[in-house]
Design a protein around this ligand. Structure first.
Ligand code: S3P
Length: 179
């Protein structure tokens, strides 16, 4: 998506199980920047888990809180931020992410996503129904948004966290105005 890019912030988007948190924290280390994960910040602030927020306030309540946290975090400079898989559903989030930093989309094939999330109990959206069907549905709704919003995509298929991180650093270094 075209628009003013804040060179110093790096935002990771993509679905659950793509590795945003692990890649993001290694990337931040490699770049000497501070790392944030919007879900972790939300959990610290509220003192409860994402699942509990969903239980008490529904997805709508979670999205409202997620929007507030993202709006605040993107005001910083020199950060790496991993966002939750559904953050791109919100138009304000998309606008802020596009205007306040460089957006990197971590793509992951469905089978790898399922492997990573098979035993997961922390993602409320996956607890009710067949994870494969749910992930496919979420992907059909969100994939176009990830693609449109990102400045760069990394296909995580077969990549280690380290290689993915090196790939991103190399792209940032090569891209004029982003280093
Ligand atoms: C969600 C993804 C989760 C978390 C919440 C909702 C989603 O984050 O924000 O469970 O809607 O895809 P991760 O993408 O970090 O798993």
């Amino acid at each position: 998506m075209a628009g003013p890019v804040h060179p110093s912030n790096v935002f990771l988007i993509g679905p659950m199980g793509a590795g945003k948190t692990t890649v993001g924290s290694l990337l931040a280390k490699a770049m000497g920047r501070e790392f944030f994960d919007s879900d972790a910040v939300l959990q610290e602030r509220t003192g409860v888990t994402v699942s509990e927020i969903f239980e008490r306030e529904g997805e709508q309540g979670f999205r409202r809180r997620e929007r507030e946290v993202i709006a605040e975090l993107v005001q910083q400079k020199n950060i790496v931020l991993a966002t939750g898989g559904g953050a791109v559903l919100d138009a304000d989030n998309r606008r802020l992410l596009a205007s306040r930093g460089t957006v990197i989309y971590l793509r992951v094939p469905l089978d790898a996503q399922l492997r990573h999330l098979r035993a997961d109990r922390t993602r409320p959206l996956l607890q009710d129904g067949d994870p494969e069907e749910i992930l496919k549905r979420l992907s059909s709704e969100r994939e176009p948004l990830y693609r449109e919003l990102c400045d760069y995509q990394v296909n995580m298929d077969g990549l280690t966290v380290r290689t993915a991180c090196e790939n991103i650093v190399e792209w940032l270094d090569q891209t004029p105005g982003l280093s």
